[in-house]
Design a protein around this ligand. Structure first.
Ligand SMILES: Cc1cc2nc3c(=O)[nH]c(=O)nc-3n(C[C@H](O)[C@H](O)[C@H](O)COP(=O)(O)OP(=O)(O)OC[C@H]3O[C@@H](n4cnc5c(N)ncnc54)[C@H](O)[C@@H]3O)c2cc1C
Ligand code: SF4
Length: 330
């Protein structure tokens, strides 16, 4: 049986009180929202905080509302709420779809948007018990000095594994961060960094408060595809979010985000020449899928064959494009 380590537990009821906790106990706190990722990680001794700060009582961060600029999603909105949120349909349907594909119903009932964004990166050599990791000699991300995925590497390449984040990046969403100096807003793509040890820009005295989906993204065609061993529960071993504009006869723009490869979701580049002004047909999709394949390089950071995951990149990209343009896909 895996037990929790000892820690002090507090549950402030407002963002200001959470910030006060973080400021008064610098470097000692772990935020916990739904706890669906943090609690197993505590049991594996991947986090060893002196204080756990529960966000469960912070009501001001729950729910989705329409604003003049688009939609505002509270960080404590659960994934189940997002999955069935009428305000997300049809313009931001890929966000709701991605939320509906996270884990299992019980986990979606507890798991939150903020927790999904700040999900710790995952790796075959990291998401293990203390005993397992000790037997291997630990690794760079926690307690050790080497990386078992890239043995000569000096940087952790554990995989970003959030299902919702790629869709938010594809729609051009912003993330709001609250800290001691007030709030700041960053593009969701810039929220993440390519460091598997800590893959976002959050400082230890900050928290994610809201996500904003821009009005300008309304009317786009969104889709999300996820590759996982068991459709009922597993994390993505590869995921693709697509947001396109245009008609079946003339595409105007395309954003594709591929994730579960490295520490940061990858917003693919150089797609415009392949799609702008072209028909949304199989020929265009094949060209985009080939470009995607060239830009992605899966590693052995998750427990599934990297060559197979690479071979599935163009397959998932094609299926997501077909979804976005309403073509039939197997
Ligand atoms: C069996 C299983 C399967 C899973 N499958 C998937 C899957 O398929 N796809 C997927 O995306 N996830 C999956 N998860 C992971 C997790 O359940 C979800 O990502 C969930 O959304 C996490 O939200 P939470 O509120 O429970 O986060 P928590 O566990 O509470 O927190 C996760 C991390 O985020 C931080 N955090 C939480 N809220 C905030 C905030 N507002 N500001 C700053 N930091 C914050 C915490 O400090 C912690 O580091 C799975 C988990 C399990 C146990
Ligand atoms: S990528 Fe390397 S350093 Fe990072 S968790 Fe995996 S083995 Fe550890």
């Amino acid at each position: 049986m895996l037990t929790l380590p000892r820690f002090e537990w507090v549950a402030p009821a407002s963002v200001d009180d959470v910030l006060r906790e973080l400021a008064e106990h610098p470097g000692e706190c772990l935020l916990v929202a739904g706890g669906t990722d943090a609690v197993p990680n505590l049991k594996h001794r991947l986090h060893e905080p002196r204080r756990v700060v529960s966000l469960a009582r912070v009501r001001e961060l729950r729910g989705v509302r329409r604003t003049a600029d688009g939609l505002e999603l509270g960080a404590l909105t659960t994934l189940s709420q997002l999955a069935r949120e009428p305000l997300l349909a049809p313009d931001f349907a890929a966000v709701a779809l991605a939320a509906s594909l996270v884990a299992s119903p019980q986990i979606r009932n507890m798991g939150t948007l903020g927790g999904n964004l700040c999900l710790d990166t995952r790796c075959t050599y990291y998401n293990q018990t203390y005993f397992w990791r000790e037997a291997l000699g630990f690794c760079l991300k926690k307690d050790g000095l080497v990386c078992h995925v890239v043995p000569q590497g000096r940087r952790c390449v554990a995989a970003h594994s959030s299902d919702v984040a790629p869709t938010l990046i594809a729609y051009g969403a912003d993330v709001e961060i609250a800290g001691p100096g007030g709030v700041r807003r960053v593009a969701c793509d810039e929220f993440f960094v390519g460091d598997g040890i800590h893959n976002n820009i959050l400082k230890s005295d900050e928290l994610v408060t809201r996500v904003f989906l821009p009005e300008a993204a309304r009317g786009a065609r969104g889709a999300y595809r996820k590759l996982r061993p068991r459709g009922a529960i597993d994390f993505p071993m590869l995921s693709v979010a697509v947001v396109a504009r245009g008609t079946a006869s003339r595409m105007e723009s395309l954003r594709i985000v591929v994730s579960a490869l490295g520490a940061k979701p990858r917003l693919l580049g150089s797609l415009a020449p392949l799609v702008v002004g072209r028909a949304a047909d199989e020929e265009t999709f094949a060209a985009v899928a080939a470009a995607a394949s060239k830009q992605c390089r899966p590693l052995i950071n998750v427990p599934y064959d990297d060559d197979w995951r690479h071979a599935m990149v163009p397959v998932l990209v094609t299926r997501a494009l077909r979804d976005a343009f309403g073509s039939v896909s197997p």
